[in-house]
Design a protein around this ligand. Sequence first.
Ligand SMILES: Nc1ncnc2c1ncn2[C@@H]1O[C@H](COP(=O)(O)OP(=O)(O)OP(=O)(O)O)[C@@H](O)[C@H]1O
Ligand SMILES: [Mg+2]
Length: 265
Amino acid sequence: MVKLEIEHLSKRYWTERNATAVLALSDVSISVGDGEFMAIVGPSGCGKTSLLNIVAGLLPYEEGMVRIDGKRISGPGVDRAVVFQHSSLLPWRTIAGNVRYGMEMQRRFDEAIMRERTDYFIKLVGLTGFERHYPSELSGGMQQRVNLARALAADPAVLLMDEPFAALDAQTREFMQSELLKIWAKARKTVLFITHQINEAVYLADRVAVMSARPGRVKDVFRIPFDRPRTLHLKRDPRFLELEDAIWQLIEEESERLGVVLAPD
Ligand SMILES: Nc1ncnc2c1ncn2[C@@H]1O[C@H](COP(=O)(O)OP(=O)(O)OP(=O)(O)O)[C@@H](O)[C@H]1O
Ligand SMILES: [Mg+2]
C-alpha cells in the first residue's frame, strides 16, 4: 500500500522581488509504501530539504502533487513529524519539555503516558540526566538527539528526517543508526530519510533514491536487498560496498558535471 506519493513535483523559489526564479526541484516523482524506509541522497543544494519541507507541509508548492493516504498535503499535520537538519528546539523549554512538545501537539496522550514516553525516549537517545537542562546548555549533537527523541515520542505515521545525524560524531552516529533501525523495526513507520552519507542510506533504507544536482530530479532508485535485522557488520559486506560504490559513481558523475563537492563526512 502506498503511503506517500510525490508526483511530478517542481519547486521554484522566487527571489529579488520576484524578478528571478531558482528551480530547486524539477519533475520529482517518488512513492513510498506504508512502513517503507526510503532514503534520499544527492549533492548539496539539489533540493532535498525543499522536498522534505513540502512533504512536511511547511513549504507551499504549485506544480505537481504530494499526497499522504491519497489526500493532498496542504499544511502540517499530526500524521507527520520532522527532524530538521539543524536543531529546532524551543529554547524556553527544558529537554523534557521539548520531548513532550510533539506529544502535546498530538493531543492523544494522557499525562502518565507522556511522562513515561518522555523518559523512555530521552533514555533511548542517551540523555538521561539532562531532562531539566535547557537546549542552550547542550552541544549541537545532543540537541539533535533531543530533536530525534521529540519526533519519535510523538509516534507519527510518517517520519521525515533531514540529515538528522549529520552533526553527530562518527560513533554516536552509528549508534543512532542502529537505534533508529530497532525503533523502526518495532513501529514500522513510513520514513523519508535524507542524508549526505551513502553508507548511512544503504544501511538504513529499503530503497535509496538518488537525486541529481540542481534542479533536483530523481536520477535512479536503488532497491537495498539486505535482510533485516541489519547489524553494523553489514557495512563491511562486499555486496554492501558494491552497492555503495554504484551510488557513489552516480552522484560523482553529477557532482563533476556541475563542479559541486559532495561532503564525504
Ligand atoms: N528560501 C529560499 N529562497 C531561495 N532559494 C532557496 C531557498 N531555499 C532553498 N533555495 C535554493 O534551492 C536549492 C535547493 O535547496 P535545498 O536546501 O532544498 O537543498 P539541499 O539538497 O537540502 O542542500 P544541502 O544538501 O546543502 O542541505 C538551492 O539552490 C538553494 O539555494
Ligand atoms: Mg538540506
